[in-house]
Design a protein around this ligand. Structure first.
Ligand code: ADP
Ligand code: MG
Length: 634
């Protein structure tokens, strides 16, 4: 699929790129449920355009010499059935009109469009991929965009019926007059029959109030000329929402602001609005979304919080403003301390940014902790969406490890893996003589719940946590303990169950001696497939299991590393046998050189592998042996 619009020979007529055409199709056919959002999208674009010029004007004040006040006009003309949205923001040149309105430049759009086709509520996805502008085709059958880039003379027009293509040409005098002063953009929409309510002022005002009240620029419900003549008052508050005090902002306004900056239609699961005072001063209005964004695991791990400096937007995504493990947090941080006149690039290394980052992380973690107590259900939803991302912080940011651990939730053998539990709850339930926090890691909760390695723990009433996210195996490498208690894999090494049993440890040593012949015979059969064979303390019901050697890499970790090709080694597992199991007892009475002994032993190893989710080394051999004993037993 081509990402660029194709130009045909005749004057400026071009086709939409394939993805835009598809999008317009979806807009026209599926997005009819809530027309109003188109106005929010256009006003949001206008506000962005004003924000951008305000930033550029710091270096080049001449860009706004004609008019330093930014503003937006939304007005109707009932005679020719048009609705016009005008801003005196940064404007667009010819190439920008073509690129911005003729293609979807954002990466991953194609895949997302696929999603949109099958989504129950495609409206939910609008804007996430930058479909914002095209929403106007919900109510318009022809759209003319007149634009003049700040600082340039040429005025260009982009026009389209939103079907197959668009036309770009020089503006007529009459069209130029639509602009507000010497810069910016006017979007003139020919309203369709079923968009007629937008030709009523009250509808425009209501929609602006609902969706755009928080916009930092004045929005007028008349034309720029009328405003110049002193007619009409702004129809929004036009004060940055984060600078207001909490009591002046309604939950609905917070939500609309959230939608403005995220383009999403979900609701935030957490809204944090505060002002930091003291050594560093900033206001923050941050949100945690309900839904995971589609690019959460994009390797760039980009921050999604906007940085303002004294009300001027500096960047929509400044590296270093947020920790990568908080990349899903959305919102605004407005600093009082940072200089306005340095480049975005050097800003990210400014020590003030590092201080803000850390202070914000502490606040977000503590608010999430509070949420876990105030609204358990909401917190659990949040954890399901963002838990794995947050846990990246366990190895990324040691200074926040305690705060992160506090909100971590895992399944465990308590409640039989039905409910999530915190580390604190686990520690509380530990008996006095349990020293370690036991865990079992793997991808599949059901497989884990039924692992033979758990048997000894269950029978002794010792709780084991299930670590089911890939990331768990990584943070465990550096974050090795919680509150002085070491994380210990139940599939690694020898397990010392508790002090009382330590005395019987001698007995266990004996057990290996008592069963020396059996262990030796098994090792003979299994050869290099296992490191060694020993009597198991962790099994009660199953005949055998595999565990990692002491000090070795946890078995699941080894699999994970292999998948990521970070690990070439082939650590051999320890094969543990349950000498109380009838099958093992029978095996012990069997001649170690017999075919039965060999086949059964190999079957047991394969079985242990299967239970762990590992492939059987030789499936044909496995099937042959299996058939022999199935027949015998049948
Ligand atoms: P998004 O806002 O998510 O980037 P849109 O479809 O809403 O996606 O807009 C596409 C692009 O068109 C914007 O990123 C911007 O570059 C440009 N654009 C749209 N409206 C305006 C405007 N009023 N002034 C300047 N540029 C605009
Ligand atoms: Mg937009």
């Amino acid at each position: 699929m081509s990402a660029t619009a194709k130009q045909t020979k005749d004057d400026g007529q071009m086709n939409f790129s394939a993805d835009v055409s598809r999008l317009l199709n979806i807009v026209a056919n599926a997005l009819y449920t809530n027309h109003d959002v188109f106005l929010r999208e256009l006003i949001s674009n206008s506000a962005d355009a004003c924000d951008r010029l305000r930033y550029d004007a710091i270096q080049k004040p001449e860009l706004i010499a004609d008019e330093s006040q930014f503003r937006i006009h939304v007005y109707k003309n009932t005679d020719n059935r048009t609705l016009t949205v005008v801003d005196n923001g940064i404007g667009m040149g010819k190439a920008e009109l073509i690129d911005n309105l003729g293609t979807i430049a954002k990466s991953g759009t194609a895949a997302l469009m696929e999603k949109m086709k099958s989504a129950d509520d495609p409206l939910k996805l609008i804007g996430q991929f930058g479909v914002g502008f095209y929403a106007c085709y919900m109510i318009a059958d022809f759209v003319t965009v007149v634009s003049r880039k700040a600082g340039s003379k040429a005025v260009w027009v982009w026009e389209s019926d939103g079907a197959t293509g668009f036309n770009v040409r020089k503006a007529t005098k009459e069209e130029e007059a639509k602009l507000d002063g010497e810069r910016g953009t006017a979007i003139i929409m020919n309203i369709k029959d079923d968009g007629s309510d937008f030709l009523i002022d009250q509808k425009i005002k209501d929609t602006v109030e609902t969706y755009s009240d928080h916009i930092d620029f004045k929005i007028f419900n008349n034309s720029p000329e009328e405003t110049e003549k002193g007619e009409g008052q702004p129809i929004n508050k036009a004060s940055a929402i984060w600078t207001r005090s909490k009591s002046d902002v309604t939950p609905e306004q917070y939500e609309e602001f959230y939608r403005h900056i995220t383009h999403g239609l979900d609701e935030p699961v957490l809204t944090s609005h505060w002002r930091a005072e003291g050594k560093i001063e900033f206001s923050a209005l941050l949100f945690v979304p309900t839904l995971r964004p589609w690019d959460l695991y994009d390797p760039s791990r980009k921050s999604a919080v906007r940085l303002y400096v004294r009300r001027v937007m500096i960047s929509e995504s400044l590296d270093g403003l947020m920790y990568p493990w908080l990349r899903f947090v959305r919102g605004v941080i407005d600093s009082e301390d940072l200089p306005l006149n340095i480049s975005r690039e050097s800003l990210q290394y400014n020590p003030v940014i590092a201080k803000i980052r850390s202070s914000v992380a502490r606040r977000v973690l503590s608010d999430l902790d509070k949420l876990s107590r105030d609204d358990k259900a909401a917190f659990i939803t949040f954890w399901g969406q963002f838990g794995p991302a947050i846990k990246e912080g366990l190895y990324d940011a040691e200074e926040h490890r305690d705060g992160i651990f506090k909100i971590c939730r895992f399944y465990s053998t308590h409640d039989n893996g039905e409910k999530l539990t915190s580390l604190d709850e686990y520690v509380e339930r530990m008996s006095d003589d349990q020293e370690d926090i036991y865990y079992l890691s793997g991808e599949n909760l059901d497989t884990l719940k039924n692992s033979p390695q758990l048997e000894g723990f269950k029978s002794r009433g010792i709780e084991v946590m299930f670590f089911t996210d890939t990331i768990d195996d990584f943070w465990l490498q550096t974050a090795t303990d919680y509150k002085g208690k070491t994380f210990k894999s139940v599939t690694r090494g020898d397990i010392e169950f508790d002090k009382k049993e330590e005395e019987t440890d001698e007995k266990k040593e004996d057990l290996d001696d008592v069963h020396e012949d059996l262990l030796e015979n098994i090792k003979q059969v299994l050869g290099d497939d296992v490191a060694y064979v020993r009597v198991s303390k962790r099994l009660t019901d199953s005949p055998v299991c595999l565990v990692a050697q002491d000090g070795g890499v946890d078995m699941h970790m080894e699999r994970v590393l292999k998948i990521h090709q970070k690990y070439a080694g082939d650590a051999k597992p320890v094969f543990e046998v349950n000498v109380k199991h009838p099958l093992i007892q029978k095996l012990e009475k069997t001649d170690g050189k017999s075919a039965d002994f060999k086949d059964i032993t190999k079957l047991l190893l394969d079985q242990a592998r299967i239970i762990q989710g590992e492939p059987v080394k030789n499936p044909a051999e496995f099937a042959r042996r299996m058939a022999v004993y199935l027949e015998k037993g049948f």
